[in-house]
Structures are given as structure tokens and as C-alpha cells.
Design a protein around this ligand. Sequence first.
Ligand SMILES: [Zn+2]
Length: 286
Amino acid sequence: MIFKSHPSPLRPATERRIAPENHAPARVLLIGLDGTRPDAIVEAHTPHLDHVMQNGAFTLHASTQCDARTKSGPGWSTILTGVNPAKHRVAANQDYAQSQLRTYPTVLWRAKHTGKLKTAMSVHWDDLANHIIEPDAIDARTVGNDDVVTTAAETYVRDGDFSLIFVHLEDIDSAGHDEGFTPKTPAYRAAIETTDARIGRILAALSQRPTRATEHWTVIITTDHGGTRFGHGARIAACRRIFVFAMGDSVIPGELQRPVNQADITPTILDLLGVHDARVTDGVIL
Ligand SMILES: [Zn+2]
């Protein structure tokens, strides 16, 4: 399904190539919520996620990668590289011996290696920092629990000069493993609601940027997989079905009608940032 939709709902209305000097610098904030089922977001009280959904482009029917089990390693690797596990070869967690991530570098690495764009990450899951995201892809980094991640993300978003910021929050997935990955599980819904408040803090920090009015921002929020019972990994809808929300200065609000896959995130971010990269992708620009 390699095609491009025109006009793109996430693409700036005017082509930057034509008159780049007339455009504010494009910046992207990518927030990853580990193990978050779309139907549980609907069930939980999530004013900030609802705000992004209602003011942005959204789908509650996107798909994970389909080559590998629905684990975080293959999921985040596909989100961050734009290729499926058949190419990046991360088929499980804690198993990076066969990884081809240097052949298919992350969107952070590609943005930074333009030589013009700065990147930051604030992540909870160690594998992201130690195995998936390249050490030389990042200008500023924080690794810690969700509280630490949120506080650092606020600083990066409010005070930094980063074109691409990746934030990863883990507590929803942990609640799913402990108490169950279903919309009816109180602890799972509670973790989603706590995380929603953290998203609210990060979005508030973005609105507090002194230069916000002269910049062009897109916020994308997604997950690596869903879950069922006390885990994930199976190739079933409860694990495969994910959400993608995107809100920004050029995003056309409304439900994304065509099939969306997590491999679409990286080509979309590269397009928003104006990074022209000829590397192969399994995704399409949203
Ligand atoms: Zn998990």
C-alpha cells in the first residue's frame, strides 16, 4: 500500500519548498503511550487526549506492524524507523543481535543528521535508550520513570530549541500487565487517566513556549500495541489495534479514513520537518 494521499491532512497547506523563508520552523512532538488500547481511551476520562482527538486528525483503528509479535521492541522500532520488522529485524524485546537499525535509522537520527535540526528524547523504557534510539541521534536525553520523563519533557518542550522531541510513557503498559489490559479494568483506566494528566502538563508547557506563536508545531500521540488479559504479543485485534492522534497548526481535523499503520509515523514526521530522505519506508505520509 505505497501511495500518498493528496492533499495530506498533516502536511502544511503551503509547500515549504516554494517559499521556505515565509514559513515558521516546523517542529514535532511525538508522545508514545506504551500498551494503550484505543477502546480503553474511549472508556477512561481523558480530557487532554480528547482535546487532541477533537482538534486533530485521529484514528482509533490503526494497526501495529504485522511481521512480528505485538511486543514493544518491534512496535517502537517500526514507529521510529518507518519500516517493518522484516527489515529492522527487531522481532522481540531484549534481542537486538540481529537488529538492522543502523541500516534503517530512527527518525530522530535522520532529523539530527541533517545538521540543522536538534532532537531530544525523554523515555521510560530502557531498550529505547540503550538499543533502539542511536546514541548519536539525540542532543538532549532523559531516561527515568513517568514522573521524571514528564518533568523533563516539560522543560524540553517549553524551553528547548528542538525540532523533534520523543516522549515515552510506560505506566499504562505496567498497569495492564499487573491488572489486565481491558477497558473495564479500573487500574488500567486509572493509569490512562494519570497519563492523560501528564500529557496535559506537556501540552501546557508547549503553549507556554515564549516563541510558540511564531513556530509551527505538530503533536502526534500513538502507542506500540494494545493488549489482552495480562499481556500482549499475540497477533490478534486486541493487541494489533492502536490509535494515532495528530494535532497541529496545519493538521486538518477529522477522522483519518484510510488504513493507518504505525510505519506511517516516521515518513509523516520527516515530511512535516521537511527532511527529504530517500530511504525505503513501509509507511505512507498521513
Ligand atoms: Zn508490555
